[in-house]
Design a protein around this ligand. Structure first.
Ligand SMILES: [Zn+2]
Length: 282
């Protein structure tokens, strides 16, 4: 029987019948794949502790005999269990959100080593705990958009082309539908005197209507553009102001699900646990 092995990060698992589990992985050499773990529900020993979310491992699978069937998971060799993530609710919240982005966006069977390295490194950093979760999340989202090719243009008005520095207002509206910044002059031309609440996106997930946008300050936009060029290993040198970090997170957590076109359950969870966490540490 033909088999294959690859490095993989576990994205999700679902029950299949009385005995089996279907495991979805993001793998280094095959992209997102689903495999079947036979008897994994019944036999605790077989894959003991290796089928939890976020774990990075090397997997060995048999190719299916029939077309349309799933490969069968034969063995797993844990590379990093990332155990500190699962013991922290807020870390679990962040990791679940990143994993859902990967699971929603990456196509079945289409490898992307840069994305694989990105998710592995960001989970590794989250597990080690040296870099703040918020910085990691902003970094992950920015880099993910960059590699996937949907980075929004944040250097100026996407309609008239005026540069960020030449826009008079400090708070600038980002229109989700067009994926562009819109200066005050263009906004007036397009929307008349409609006023938009700054927090409209923050309080109303998911963003569904085309009028929806996010208001972001210049400083945050500049920092977001700047960090898209930073390697994750230098992330601990990034100095974000509290406001920029918060605004950056809200902006990305509004834009990415909107662009992917999906309401992310993990994001509701992240918002809940992050609020509780913020109250605890303040
Ligand atoms: Zn403009």
């Amino acid at each position: 029987m033909k088999s294959f092995s690859t490095d993989a990060v576990l994205l999700r698992r679902t029950e299949y019948g009385d005995y089996d589990l279907i495991i979805t992985y993001f793998t280094r050499s095959m992209g997102r794949i689903s495999v079947i773990a036979k008897n994994a529900k019944k036999s605790v020993r077989r894959f003991a502790g290796a089928l939890d979310p976020f774990i990075a491992m090397n997997i060995e699978c048999s190719l299916p005999k029939r077309r349309g069937s799933l490969p069968v998971l034969n063995s797993v060799d844990i590379e990093n269990p990332f155990a500190n993530i699962r013991t922290s609710t807020v870390k679990t919240g962040y990791a679940s959100y990143w994993i859902e982005i990967i699971n929603s966006w990456m196509e079945e069977g289409k490898p992307d080593e840069a994305i694989y390295d990105l998710i592995f490194n960001v989970l590794d950093s989250l597990n080690r705990g040296k870099i703040s979760m918020e910085v990691l999340s902003v970094l992950f989202q920015i880099r993910f958009m960059g590699i996937s090719g949907f980075t929004p243009n944040l250097v100026g008005c996407g309609h008239c082309g005026i540069a960020l520095d030449d826009i008079r207002q400090n708070k600038i509206r980002f229109d989700l539908a067009s994926g562009k910044l819109i200066c005050e002059t263009c906004k007036l031309k397009m929307f008349g005197k409609t006023t938009f609440s700054i927090n409209e996106t923050i309080s109303h997930y998911p963003v569904t209507t085309i009028e929806k946008g996010i208001t972001v300050s210049k400083g945050t936009l500049k920092q977001l553009s700047w960090i898209s060029s930073i390697d994750i290993e230098y992330a601990d040198r990034l100095k974000f102001s509290k406001t920029a970090l918060k605004e950056g997170e809200y902006f990305l957590e509004g834009f990415i699900p909107f662009h992917i076109g999906r309401n992310m359950k993990s994001l509701d969870f992240l918002h809940r646990v992050r609020n509780i966490y913020a109250k605890v540490i303040s």
